[in-house]
Design a protein around this ligand. Structure first.
Ligand code: VG1
Ligand code: CO
Length: 542
């Protein structure tokens, strides 16, 4: 019943920062998904006798895609696939299942924070046996196959029942449908002091968790409301919807504005959090205070020892290059190794596998640890809760104490969305050409200390990744970074990352954009974003 179907290469099936993302219509076109899935099987050396995990954020088209992937796994000789019920698994839960069951990898159907629906985005990423996103060598191999592919294999069989937990078969391949939350929740119980957290909620602590109609709803309800006793209704937008109910499941102050309004309102809860489409990102907010992801990483690293899973301390801290240096300050003070990697979680994998880093983070609302090989939204939220329970202070008190002890890195990211690719390239090209002449130059009263196109030398496997973003740092510790997004599906997205340091919490104004004004002006002077794009202001400021 297994058939080989002839096909032709499809252009542009190049996996980006986090898998392949395209408009749903593109993915659903005849042969498109099939070509990419076959390219994955070919790139990993075939599926014969292998086991895989399959799940996703439940977005539109996932149900169809899951059946195609199962039938192609069977035709490629896979022995077994572990599927989240109804093909739902958060990205960190999928990473955990790969590791727990020692599978050969997993397919995650998600375009993360990109909106879902027939006219929005779909995505597919393959995670390797360590549970982490395919490393660059593997995504390069997939891309190479997509350019020469001539056939794919699929079985002709009725759809598999993935709505019922239990074992079934597809030809000679076994399919195990699992509850999507159970194993993940059990892992969280090993890392955090659930008893202390139950006491916290029993004592009247109030929290709002906005799951943004995306995948964390069932996870957050089970963990926060059922296991930790948070009042029913603590989790909002808790039912994952194929189109996320029209929400943009990107947990930042712009898209999670309902949560922000509540946290900054008259009698807001003690703690607020949100997560993204596939559950790997998080935003945390205190009553009346927003915590930037770069600061959150630093606070989590400085306080992780308060949670049982990290009580013996950290091995090292890793952050992506555009993430602020706040985490470096913590590493320096604690005498820990610190690492600076390119954007994208795949670059943390080697450091985590080698035991060089315990906690990692990105400025884009991603934090995680060596418990899985993905960033993990609920993990970060639970670690914050554990720290709040132990320190018995408010988020604001913790942030102020942190800035007093370590200094403060003001930080913001400005995104220019859906630019014509050639316009975005012109901005990048201009700054890139000027890099060599910048050191020593005075810009907006600051002196350039260093300017380069970031290249990463992986200290574990020696691989080199070039062209990872243009960075300009100044002698006073300020910095600007410019790079193009690898996750967009329309035109090019230009990201400008801005950073400025102060010695303590009272160092600069509370208005972050005002505090960053000289760096913003320096970016315009050096890169001419407004002048070249004709855009008056960024589309999204976080
Ligand atoms: C963005 C973020 C990056 C993150 C990636 C995947 O990539 O900047 O930090 O790792 O999304 O996140 P880019 O190339 O658009 O800047 V998610 O939640 O998709 O898995
Ligand atoms: Co995500």
């Amino acid at each position: 019943m297994s058939t080989v179907r002839a096909t032709k290469p499809i252009e542009g099936q190049k996996p980006g920062t986090s898998g392949l993302r395209k408009k749903t219509r593109v993915f659903a076109a005849p042969g498109y998904l099939e070509n990419f899935v076959q390219a994955i099987f070919d790139a990993i050396g075939g599926g014969e006798g292998k086991t895989f995990v399959l799940g996703g954020d439940g977005r539109y088209f996932s149900d169809r895609a899951a059946q195609v992937i199962l039938k192609m796994a069977a035709a490629n000789g896979a022995a077994r696939v572990i599927v989240g019920q109804n093909a739902v698994l958060s990205t960190p839960a999928a990473s955990h299942l790969i590791r727990l069951n020692k599978t050969d990898g997993g397919f995650i159907m998600s375009a993360s924070h990109n909106p879902g629906g027939p006219d929005e985005d779909f995505g597919l990423k393959f995670n390797a046996a360590n549970g982490g996103p395919a490393p660059e060598a593997l995504t390069d191999a997939m891309f190479a196959v997509t350019k020469t592919i001539s056939e794919y294999r699929i079985v002709d069989a009725p759809d598999v029942d993935i709505a019922t937990v239990g074992e079934t078969t597809l030809g000679s391949m076994r399919v195990r449908v699992v509850d999507c939350v159970a194993d993940y929740a059990a892992l969280m119980e090993t890392l955090f002091d659930f008893k202390a957290l139950r006491t916290l909620f029993a004592g009247g602590f109030r929290m709002r968790m906005d799951s943004m109609n995306a995948v964390t709803g069932p996870y957050a309800r089970e963990i926060l409301e059922n296991r930790l006793g948070a009042p029913k209704g603590t989790v909002t937008h808790a039912v994952p919807l194929p189109d996320f109910g029209g929400m943009h499941p990107d947990p930042n102050p712009v898209w999670a504005h309902e949560l922000m309004d509540e946290m900054f309102g008259a009698s807001g809860p003690d703690f607020g959090a949100a997560s993204d489409g596939d559950g790997d990102r998080n935003m945390v907010v205190g009553r009346g205070i927003y915590v930037s992801p770069s600061d959150s990483l630093a606070v989590l690293a400085a306080n992780a020892h308060l949670a049982p899973g990290y009580k013996t301390g950290l091995k090292g801290i890793a952050r992506s290059m555009p993430t602020s240096a706040a985490a470096d300050r913590v590493a320096a003070k604690l005498g820990l190794a610190s690492y600076e990697t390119p954007t994208g979680w795949k670059f943390f994998g080697n450091l985590l596998d080698a035991g060089r880093a315990t906690i990692c983070g990105e400025e884009s609302f991603g934090t995680g640890s060596d418990h899985v090989r993905e960033k993990d939204g609920l993990w970060a939220i639970l670690l914050w809760l554990n720290i709040l329970a132990e320190r018995k202070e408010t988020v604001e008190e913790i942030m102020n104490a942190h800035w007093r002890a370590y200094g403060r890195n003001y930080y913001s990211r400005h995104d220019y969305d859906a630019l014509p690719v050639e316009v975005a390239e012109r901005v990048m090209g201009g700054l890139r050409a000027a890099l060599g002449s910048l050191p020593g130059r005075k810009v907006q009263g600051m002196t350039v200390a260093h300017a380069d196109d970031f290249a990463y030398n992986d200290p574990v496997d020696g691989s080199v990744s070039k062209g990872q973003g243009l960075r300009v740092s100044f002698t006073d510790g300020s910095r600007l970074v410019l790079r193009l997004s690898g996750t967009g599906t329309e035109g090019a997205t230009l990201r400008l990352y801005l950073e400025r340091c102060a010695a303590g919490p009272e160092g600069l104004t509370e208005d972050v954009q005002a505090a960053l004004a000289p760096v913003i002006a320096a970016a315009e002077e050096l890169a001419g974003i407004r002048a070249i794009t004709g855009r008056e202001r960024p589309d999204v400021v976080t």
